[in-house]
Ligand binder design. Structure first.
Ligand code: SF4
Length: 350
Protein backbone atom coordinates (compact mmCIF):
# COMPACT_ATOMS: atom_id res chain seq x y z
CA UNK A 1 0.00 0.00 0.00
CA UNK A 2 1.39 3.37 -1.07
CA UNK A 3 0.26 6.84 0.00
CA UNK A 4 0.21 9.95 -2.15
CA UNK A 5 -0.52 13.40 -0.68
CA UNK A 6 -1.32 16.27 -3.03
CA UNK A 7 -0.41 19.88 -2.11
CA UNK A 8 -2.16 22.15 -4.64
CA UNK A 9 -0.32 25.42 -3.95
CA UNK A 10 2.35 27.01 -6.15
CA UNK A 11 4.27 30.29 -6.12
CA UNK A 12 3.69 30.81 -9.84
CA UNK A 13 2.01 28.87 -12.63
CA UNK A 14 4.51 27.34 -15.04
CA UNK A 15 3.38 27.88 -18.62
CA UNK A 16 3.32 24.14 -19.41
CA UNK A 17 1.63 22.93 -16.23
CA UNK A 18 -1.71 21.13 -16.19
CA UNK A 19 -1.51 19.91 -12.59
CA UNK A 20 -4.15 20.85 -10.06
CA UNK A 21 -2.33 23.78 -8.48
CA UNK A 22 -3.20 27.37 -7.58
CA UNK A 23 -1.16 30.51 -6.97
CA UNK A 24 -3.87 32.56 -5.25
CA UNK A 25 -5.18 30.27 -2.51
CA UNK A 26 -2.42 30.36 0.07
CA UNK A 27 -4.90 31.62 2.67
CA UNK A 28 -6.54 28.17 2.58
CA UNK A 29 -3.42 26.25 3.58
CA UNK A 30 -4.29 25.61 7.25
CA UNK A 31 -7.82 24.45 6.47
CA UNK A 32 -6.56 22.34 3.60
CA UNK A 33 -4.04 20.49 5.78
CA UNK A 34 -6.83 19.83 8.31
CA UNK A 35 -9.03 18.43 5.55
CA UNK A 36 -6.23 16.04 4.54
CA UNK A 37 -6.32 14.59 8.07
CA UNK A 38 -10.08 14.06 7.80
CA UNK A 39 -9.73 12.26 4.47
CA UNK A 40 -6.87 10.17 5.86
CA UNK A 41 -9.06 8.77 8.65
CA UNK A 42 -11.72 7.86 6.09
CA UNK A 43 -9.23 6.20 3.73
CA UNK A 44 -7.60 4.15 6.49
CA UNK A 45 -11.02 2.58 7.06
CA UNK A 46 -11.85 2.19 3.36
CA UNK A 47 -8.47 0.53 2.67
CA UNK A 48 -8.85 -1.51 5.87
CA UNK A 49 -5.49 -0.43 7.25
CA UNK A 50 -5.19 -1.31 10.91
CA UNK A 51 -1.44 -1.82 11.38
CA UNK A 52 1.92 -0.94 9.81
CA UNK A 53 0.94 -1.47 6.18
CA UNK A 54 1.93 1.71 4.37
CA UNK A 55 5.18 1.09 2.53
CA UNK A 56 5.96 4.49 1.01
CA UNK A 57 4.72 8.08 1.04
CA UNK A 58 5.04 10.65 -1.73
CA UNK A 59 4.09 14.28 -1.15
CA UNK A 60 3.60 15.92 -4.53
CA UNK A 61 1.78 18.80 -6.08
CA UNK A 62 1.66 21.59 -6.68
CA UNK A 63 4.58 22.58 -4.54
CA UNK A 64 4.86 20.88 -1.13
CA UNK A 65 7.59 23.34 -0.11
CA UNK A 66 5.02 26.18 -0.10
CA UNK A 67 3.61 24.65 3.11
CA UNK A 68 5.55 25.02 6.37
CA UNK A 69 6.70 21.78 8.07
CA UNK A 70 4.66 22.65 11.17
CA UNK A 71 1.48 22.28 9.10
CA UNK A 72 2.46 18.71 8.12
CA UNK A 73 2.99 17.61 11.71
CA UNK A 74 -0.60 16.57 12.40
CA UNK A 75 -0.81 14.30 9.38
CA UNK A 76 2.58 12.72 10.11
CA UNK A 77 1.50 12.07 13.70
CA UNK A 78 -1.74 10.47 12.46
CA UNK A 79 0.19 8.28 10.02
CA UNK A 80 2.83 7.00 12.41
CA UNK A 81 1.01 3.82 13.60
CA UNK A 82 0.42 2.72 10.00
CA UNK A 83 3.91 3.08 8.54
CA UNK A 84 6.18 0.10 7.96
CA UNK A 85 9.69 0.52 9.35
CA UNK A 86 12.31 2.46 7.39
CA UNK A 87 10.08 3.35 4.47
CA UNK A 88 10.83 5.85 1.71
CA UNK A 89 9.12 9.18 2.39
CA UNK A 90 9.55 11.61 -0.51
CA UNK A 91 8.58 15.22 -0.83
CA UNK A 92 8.72 17.23 -3.99
CA UNK A 93 10.11 20.72 -3.51
CA UNK A 94 10.89 23.78 -5.56
CA UNK A 95 14.30 25.43 -5.15
CA UNK A 96 12.90 28.88 -4.31
CA UNK A 97 10.76 27.70 -1.40
CA UNK A 98 12.83 24.73 -0.16
CA UNK A 99 14.94 26.82 2.19
CA UNK A 100 17.40 25.17 4.58
CA UNK A 101 14.83 25.74 7.33
CA UNK A 102 12.05 24.02 5.36
CA UNK A 103 14.29 21.09 4.45
CA UNK A 104 15.39 20.67 8.05
CA UNK A 105 11.80 20.78 9.29
CA UNK A 106 10.68 18.10 6.82
CA UNK A 107 13.73 15.96 7.61
CA UNK A 108 12.81 16.05 11.30
CA UNK A 109 9.27 14.89 10.45
CA UNK A 110 10.73 11.81 8.73
CA UNK A 111 10.95 12.83 5.06
CA UNK A 112 14.06 11.08 3.76
CA UNK A 113 13.95 11.71 0.02
CA UNK A 114 13.65 15.03 -1.77
CA UNK A 115 12.71 15.50 -5.40
CA UNK A 116 13.51 18.99 -6.64
CA UNK A 117 11.66 20.53 -9.58
CA UNK A 118 14.76 22.02 -11.18
CA UNK A 119 13.85 21.61 -14.89
CA UNK A 120 17.00 23.43 -16.09
CA UNK A 121 19.99 25.39 -14.87
CA UNK A 122 19.72 27.80 -17.81
CA UNK A 123 18.30 31.17 -16.84
CA UNK A 124 16.60 31.89 -20.19
CA UNK A 125 14.98 28.46 -20.28
CA UNK A 126 13.71 28.85 -16.71
CA UNK A 127 12.20 32.17 -17.73
CA UNK A 128 10.63 30.68 -20.85
CA UNK A 129 8.93 28.04 -18.69
CA UNK A 130 7.96 30.65 -16.06
CA UNK A 131 9.74 28.83 -13.26
CA UNK A 132 10.04 30.85 -10.07
CA UNK A 133 13.64 29.93 -9.23
CA UNK A 134 17.09 30.58 -10.65
CA UNK A 135 19.99 28.20 -11.30
CA UNK A 136 21.95 29.31 -8.22
CA UNK A 137 18.94 28.60 -5.99
CA UNK A 138 18.63 25.11 -7.48
CA UNK A 139 22.28 24.29 -6.78
CA UNK A 140 22.02 25.69 -3.25
CA UNK A 141 18.84 23.71 -2.52
CA UNK A 142 20.46 20.39 -3.50
CA UNK A 143 23.61 21.16 -1.48
CA UNK A 144 21.51 22.18 1.55
CA UNK A 145 19.51 18.94 1.34
CA UNK A 146 22.74 16.93 1.33
CA UNK A 147 24.15 18.90 4.26
CA UNK A 148 20.98 18.34 6.29
CA UNK A 149 21.28 14.59 5.80
CA UNK A 150 18.98 13.56 2.92
CA UNK A 151 20.60 10.48 1.38
CA UNK A 152 18.25 10.29 -1.56
CA UNK A 153 18.03 13.40 -3.69
CA UNK A 154 16.41 13.57 -7.10
CA UNK A 155 15.96 16.36 -9.60
CA UNK A 156 13.55 16.78 -12.51
CA UNK A 157 14.81 18.12 -15.83
CA UNK A 158 12.75 19.13 -18.86
CA UNK A 159 14.03 18.67 -22.38
CA UNK A 160 12.70 19.22 -25.92
CA UNK A 161 11.85 22.87 -25.25
CA UNK A 162 12.04 25.52 -27.96
CA UNK A 163 15.62 26.89 -28.00
CA UNK A 164 17.06 23.73 -26.45
CA UNK A 165 20.38 22.87 -28.02
CA UNK A 166 22.49 19.82 -27.33
CA UNK A 167 24.99 22.18 -25.71
CA UNK A 168 22.34 23.57 -23.33
CA UNK A 169 21.17 20.07 -22.39
CA UNK A 170 24.74 18.89 -21.90
CA UNK A 171 25.37 21.86 -19.60
CA UNK A 172 22.24 20.98 -17.61
CA UNK A 173 23.45 17.41 -17.21
CA UNK A 174 26.99 18.34 -16.23
CA UNK A 175 25.69 20.74 -13.56
CA UNK A 176 23.22 18.09 -12.35
CA UNK A 177 25.91 15.43 -12.10
CA UNK A 178 28.30 17.78 -10.28
CA UNK A 179 25.72 17.75 -7.45
CA UNK A 180 25.11 15.03 -4.81
CA UNK A 181 22.04 13.49 -6.51
CA UNK A 182 21.34 9.78 -6.94
CA UNK A 183 18.21 10.06 -9.10
CA UNK A 184 17.04 12.09 -12.08
CA UNK A 185 13.67 12.31 -13.84
CA UNK A 186 13.74 13.62 -17.41
CA UNK A 187 10.52 14.77 -19.07
CA UNK A 188 9.99 15.97 -22.61
CA UNK A 189 8.03 19.21 -22.70
CA UNK A 190 4.52 18.26 -23.74
CA UNK A 191 1.76 20.68 -24.63
CA UNK A 192 -1.24 20.14 -22.37
CA UNK A 193 -4.78 21.43 -22.70
CA UNK A 194 -5.65 24.41 -20.54
CA UNK A 195 -2.05 25.62 -20.18
CA UNK A 196 -0.58 28.84 -21.50
CA UNK A 197 1.53 26.81 -23.93
CA UNK A 198 -1.63 25.31 -25.45
CA UNK A 199 -1.71 28.28 -27.82
CA UNK A 200 2.05 27.94 -28.49
CA UNK A 201 2.56 24.35 -29.61
CA UNK A 202 5.91 25.29 -31.17
CA UNK A 203 7.32 25.48 -27.62
CA UNK A 204 7.75 21.70 -27.66
CA UNK A 205 10.42 20.26 -29.91
CA UNK A 206 10.07 16.59 -29.05
CA UNK A 207 11.80 14.26 -31.48
CA UNK A 208 12.70 10.61 -31.06
CA UNK A 209 16.33 11.27 -32.03
CA UNK A 210 16.77 13.99 -29.40
CA UNK A 211 15.10 11.87 -26.70
CA UNK A 212 17.35 8.84 -27.38
CA UNK A 213 20.40 11.12 -27.42
CA UNK A 214 19.42 12.70 -24.08
CA UNK A 215 18.71 9.34 -22.45
CA UNK A 216 22.08 8.02 -23.61
CA UNK A 217 23.85 11.08 -22.15
CA UNK A 218 22.20 10.45 -18.77
CA UNK A 219 23.20 6.79 -18.73
CA UNK A 220 26.74 7.79 -19.82
CA UNK A 221 26.94 9.70 -16.53
CA UNK A 222 26.36 6.36 -14.79
CA UNK A 223 22.64 6.36 -13.94
CA UNK A 224 20.53 3.35 -14.90
CA UNK A 225 17.24 3.92 -16.66
CA UNK A 226 14.57 1.99 -14.77
CA UNK A 227 11.53 3.62 -16.36
CA UNK A 228 10.96 5.72 -19.46
CA UNK A 229 11.55 9.00 -17.55
CA UNK A 230 13.46 7.82 -14.49
CA UNK A 231 17.16 7.22 -13.98
CA UNK A 232 19.33 6.66 -10.95
CA UNK A 233 21.82 4.74 -8.91
CA UNK A 234 18.82 4.43 -6.58
CA UNK A 235 15.34 3.22 -7.55
CA UNK A 236 12.41 4.92 -5.82
CA UNK A 237 10.25 2.30 -4.10
CA UNK A 238 7.22 4.56 -4.48
CA UNK A 239 7.71 4.81 -8.25
CA UNK A 240 8.25 1.06 -8.51
CA UNK A 241 5.08 0.49 -6.51
CA UNK A 242 2.99 2.35 -9.11
CA UNK A 243 4.47 0.37 -11.97
CA UNK A 244 3.98 -2.89 -10.06
CA UNK A 245 0.31 -1.90 -9.91
CA UNK A 246 0.14 -1.76 -6.12
CA UNK A 247 -2.83 -0.06 -4.46
CA UNK A 248 -2.43 3.52 -3.30
CA UNK A 249 -4.32 6.01 -1.19
CA UNK A 250 -4.64 9.42 -2.87
CA UNK A 251 -5.09 12.22 -0.35
CA UNK A 252 -5.98 15.75 -1.35
CA UNK A 253 -7.71 17.86 -3.94
CA UNK A 254 -6.71 16.47 -7.33
CA UNK A 255 -5.09 13.28 -6.00
CA UNK A 256 -5.98 9.81 -7.31
CA UNK A 257 -6.29 6.62 -5.27
CA UNK A 258 -6.61 2.99 -6.36
CA UNK A 259 -7.92 -0.05 -4.55
CA UNK A 260 -8.31 -3.20 -6.60
CA UNK A 261 -10.45 -2.34 -9.60
CA UNK A 262 -11.60 1.01 -8.18
CA UNK A 263 -10.05 4.42 -8.72
CA UNK A 264 -10.90 7.31 -6.41
CA UNK A 265 -10.82 11.00 -7.29
CA UNK A 266 -11.26 13.58 -4.50
CA UNK A 267 -12.68 16.84 -5.86
CA UNK A 268 -10.23 19.16 -7.64
CA UNK A 269 -11.76 22.34 -6.21
CA UNK A 270 -9.83 23.28 -3.06
CA UNK A 271 -12.77 25.12 -1.47
CA UNK A 272 -15.08 22.13 -2.02
CA UNK A 273 -12.42 19.76 -0.74
CA UNK A 274 -12.06 21.77 2.47
CA UNK A 275 -15.86 21.80 2.91
CA UNK A 276 -16.09 18.05 2.35
CA UNK A 277 -12.87 16.03 1.91
CA UNK A 278 -15.01 12.90 1.46
CA UNK A 279 -16.57 14.20 -1.75
CA UNK A 280 -14.77 11.53 -3.78
CA UNK A 281 -15.78 10.30 -7.23
CA UNK A 282 -15.07 6.66 -8.01
CA UNK A 283 -14.52 4.79 -11.24
CA UNK A 284 -14.71 1.06 -11.78
CA UNK A 285 -12.06 -0.51 -14.01
CA UNK A 286 -12.74 -3.62 -16.03
CA UNK A 287 -10.37 -6.58 -15.85
CA UNK A 288 -9.38 -5.71 -19.41
CA UNK A 289 -8.50 -2.08 -18.39
CA UNK A 290 -6.38 -3.44 -15.56
CA UNK A 291 -4.56 -5.85 -17.82
CA UNK A 292 -3.74 -3.20 -20.45
CA UNK A 293 -2.51 -0.83 -17.75
CA UNK A 294 -0.32 -3.54 -16.25
CA UNK A 295 1.18 -4.37 -19.65
CA UNK A 296 1.72 -0.69 -20.45
CA UNK A 297 3.32 0.11 -17.06
CA UNK A 298 5.42 -3.06 -17.13
CA UNK A 299 6.81 -2.28 -20.58
CA UNK A 300 7.61 1.34 -19.69
CA UNK A 301 9.68 0.19 -16.72
CA UNK A 302 12.03 -2.45 -15.36
CA UNK A 303 9.00 -4.23 -13.83
CA UNK A 304 8.24 -6.12 -17.06
CA UNK A 305 5.17 -8.26 -17.84
CA UNK A 306 4.65 -11.64 -16.21
CA UNK A 307 3.78 -14.31 -18.77
CA UNK A 308 0.73 -15.37 -16.73
CA UNK A 309 -0.90 -12.02 -17.54
CA UNK A 310 -1.05 -12.83 -21.26
CA UNK A 311 -3.47 -15.08 -23.14
CA UNK A 312 -2.32 -17.61 -25.75
CA UNK A 313 -2.49 -15.16 -28.65
CA UNK A 314 -0.67 -12.38 -26.76
CA UNK A 315 1.99 -14.81 -25.57
CA UNK A 316 2.65 -15.82 -29.18
CA UNK A 317 3.18 -12.16 -30.16
CA UNK A 318 5.42 -11.49 -27.13
CA UNK A 319 7.55 -14.51 -28.06
CA UNK A 320 7.84 -13.18 -31.59
CA UNK A 321 9.25 -9.94 -30.15
CA UNK A 322 11.74 -11.97 -28.11
CA UNK A 323 12.91 -13.60 -31.36
CA UNK A 324 13.16 -10.12 -32.90
CA UNK A 325 15.26 -9.05 -29.87
CA UNK A 326 12.75 -6.35 -28.92
CA UNK A 327 11.88 -8.07 -25.62
CA UNK A 328 13.90 -10.13 -23.18
CA UNK A 329 12.35 -13.18 -21.48
CA UNK A 330 13.70 -14.02 -18.03
CA UNK A 331 12.16 -15.59 -14.89
CA UNK A 332 8.75 -15.98 -16.59
CA UNK A 333 8.69 -12.23 -17.35
CA UNK A 334 8.97 -10.22 -20.57
CA UNK A 335 11.22 -7.17 -20.24
CA UNK A 336 11.32 -4.24 -22.63
CA UNK A 337 14.80 -3.40 -23.94
CA UNK A 338 13.88 0.06 -25.30
CA UNK A 339 11.30 1.94 -23.19
CA UNK A 340 10.69 4.37 -26.05
CA UNK A 341 8.94 1.51 -27.87
CA UNK A 342 6.63 0.74 -24.92
CA UNK A 343 3.48 2.16 -26.56
CA UNK A 344 4.01 0.35 -29.86
CA UNK A 345 4.80 -2.96 -28.15
CA UNK A 346 1.75 -2.68 -25.90
CA UNK A 347 -0.45 -2.07 -28.97
CA UNK A 348 1.14 -4.94 -30.85
CA UNK A 349 0.74 -7.46 -28.03
CA UNK A 350 -2.71 -6.59 -26.72
S1 SF4 B 1 5.73 24.30 -9.77
FE1 SF4 B 1 5.06 22.30 -10.59
S2 SF4 B 1 2.91 22.10 -10.04
FE2 SF4 B 1 3.48 24.28 -9.74
S3 SF4 B 1 2.88 25.28 -11.63
FE3 SF4 B 1 5.04 24.69 -11.88
S4 SF4 B 1 5.01 22.61 -12.80
FE4 SF4 B 1 2.95 23.07 -12.02
Amino acid sequence: MLLYIHIPFCDSKCYYCAFNSYVDKFHLKEHYMEALCTQLQFELKRFNITSKEIESIFIGGGTPSTVAPALYKKIFDALKPYLKDNIEITSEANPNSATAEWLEGMFKLGVNRISFGVQSFDKDKLKLLNRSHGAVQAVEAVLNAKKIGFKNISIDLIYATLNDTKKLLENDLSTAFSLPINHLSAYALTIEEGTLFESKPYMSKEKLGLTSWFFKKITDFGFNQYEISNFGSYQSTHNLGYWEYKDYIGLGSGAVGKLGLKRYYPTTCIEDYIKNPLDIRSELLTLEDKKIEQIFLGLRSCVGVCKDLLNKEELKKAKLLVDEKKLLFKNDTFYNIDYLLADEITLFIS
